[in-house]
Ligand binder design. Structure first.
Ligand code: ZN
Ligand code: ZN
Length: 251
């Protein structure tokens, strides 16, 4: 299995990551990534960039080192209503919005409250990816979340860092979540969640994971940059013309 899209990466702009955009792009190119999403943490996370950082991402070339660049954010779900830490004025500047539950931002609560918050975030139409949903700190009802992901056309992320450096104990929950995604015919994406360039585009653990549970590769959008761009078009993202032209047909 070859992965063409890394839908979740951080640079030094996130405050607790260690590589520049140029270093990340070079690392992605070295791993054969064709579409790279820059997804710094949203403003509620300590050390995250100022909102102007996100509004100015238009200065980043659409194509760097031959790789398509997606201007994104890892927004925070901030309450049980599923609200995000960004306001609507930011969305036109973004190609991809990940939403996550992070301990420094929202206190862990009950499975049912987490589930409700995630489904409300999905139903708002404001998010494209639910990130690192296997975190044992924030347990969820996987079938409910997977059903909502299908209904609202939101990708469920399998996060490579959850198997290596972050969120210990995620493995079992990731398996339950991915199996629910399969049952309800939703789709997965892979995010490296790299906080240093050497991990950008690294999906060894994600690939081994989906092979182990027998998840069908055609339901993993990050295997094809063309399908990933088509998904973003379905989500009514604007300003994607250059990337649409670059990946106008399956590569
Ligand atoms: Zn995160
Ligand atoms: Zn992240």
């Amino acid at each position: 299995m070859h992965i063409e899209v890394d839908s979740h990466t951080h640079t030094i702009a996130s405050g607790h990551a260690y590589s520049s955009l140029g270093e990340n792009v070079a690392a992605a190119a070295g791993r054969g990534i064709k579409l790279l999403a820059i997804t710094e943490h949203g403003p509620a996370m300590p050390g995250s960039p100022h909102i102007w950082f996100f509004k100015n991402m238009r200065v980043i070339p659409r194509i760097m080192n031959g790789i398509g660049i997606l201007r994104g954010i890892e927004a925070n779900i901030i309450n049980k209503k599923g609200e995000l830490d960004i306001d609507d004025s930011l969305h036109p500047h973004l190609d991809i919005v990940l939403a996550s539950l992070h301990e420094p931002v929202i206190e862990p609560s009950t499975r049912s409250i987490h589930t409700d918050a995630v489904i409300k975030a999905m139903s708002s139409g404001k998010i494209d990816v639910f990130a690192h949903g296997g975190n044992p700190i924030f347990p969820i009802e996987v079938d409910e979340v997977a059903k909502a992901a299908r209904a609202y056309n939101v990708l469920v992320e399998i996060n490579n860092s959850s198997f290596t450096t972050s969120r210990p104990g995620s493995d079992k929950n990731c398996a339950s979540l991915a199996e629910a995604v399969g049952r309800h015919e939703a789709k997965l994406t892979f995010g490296s969640d790299a906080h240093i360039a050497c991990n950008v585009g690294r999906f060894v653990e994600c690939i081994a994971f989906v092979e182990r549970i027998g998840f069908p590769s055609e339901r993993i959008l990050s295997t094809c940059c063309h399908r990933f761009i088509t998904f973003l078009q379905e989500k009514h993202k604007t300003n994607l013309e250059t990337l649409v032209a670059l990946y106008s047909r399956p590569t």
